[in-house]
Design a protein around this ligand. Sequence first.
Ligand code: IPM
Ligand code: MG
Length: 359
Amino acid sequence: MTTYNIAVLPGDGIGPEITEQAVRVLRALPLDLNMQTAHVGGAAYDAHGHPLPPETLSLAKNAHAILFGAVGDWKYDKLERALRPEQAILGLRKEMGLFANFRPAMLFAELAEASSLRPEIVAGLDILIVRELTGDIYFGQPRGIRVVENGPFTGDREGFDTMHYAETEVRRIAHVAFQAAQKRNRRVCSVDKANVLETSQLWREVMISVAAEYPDVELSHMYVDNAAMQLVRAPKEFDVIVTGNLFGDILSDAAAMLTGSIGMLPSASLNAANQGLYEPIHGSAPDIAGKNIANPLATILSAAMLLRYSLNAPELAQRVEAAVQAVLQQGLRTADIKQEGSTLVSTSEMGDAVLKALK
Ligand code: IPM
Ligand code: MG
């Protein structure tokens, strides 16, 4: 049996308690896993003075896959940007070249009432956002804060950032999106702002040229403002949405909310070598940290994505997903998804139930 190295990076806030449950699930499977844990985010800053210390980065780089909890806490808000917890996740994405971010938004039938939209608008929702994750205005240079030298605002301080995408960056994320669509409903909607931005104009040209290699997939285009509107108007019209880093950040939160619980949604970020970082799409929720009330299901479902994408174990991934479905059917709910008539359980009790359903 191959031994797989898994780097476990629990992070801050509820990160440790939710990753603990996912680790228990992974350990229960017939796999030879070498799991090693390291500090990341604020926890790493406290222990080593940096959100992404070299030991953590090298553990991650040498792993087949990374199970990531969440980073961030208000208590680090006053630190300079380079030392804030968010830099850990941005650094891992960039250093490992994790350019392809999969953010599925699907609604478990059991939770249809949890959405803020009417059930018929979201029932059966299953869309996939493919977000480019290592380019765009997130990483573009130059950026900074400077003093304006000309024009009406001379003498003012101004903040500036740079949006850009190279053709190769667009092409590789396009291939990821088209290939994902081939395994789904064969529709890709590329989201941009080509009516205003050069970056988007090039993005659109490249999308169209790559589409020619996938005649079985239908490509459409949408401006990002319209996409935000369509996502809440008729979300089921989408299959795969492919978009850049910034637009993907915003649209994926909106898509997550359609499902009513951000505590249910996993994500995967892959590089060209199929190394992946797997994390729930929700944050570190410092307000409920350490109370054993957070929902561990998004992290457990992220572990399922890890099995599928980095360990090539689709049957085990399905087993985990089926176990999650089973606990929902049993009516077990953490506080964030509590409904009338359901049974309230803690983080660790939810983990217990998933383990039991696995067997
Ligand atoms: C996300 C988060 C991150 C991002 C933050 C924490 C840097 O919002 O993964 O969506 O903006 O990419
Ligand atoms: Mg975000």
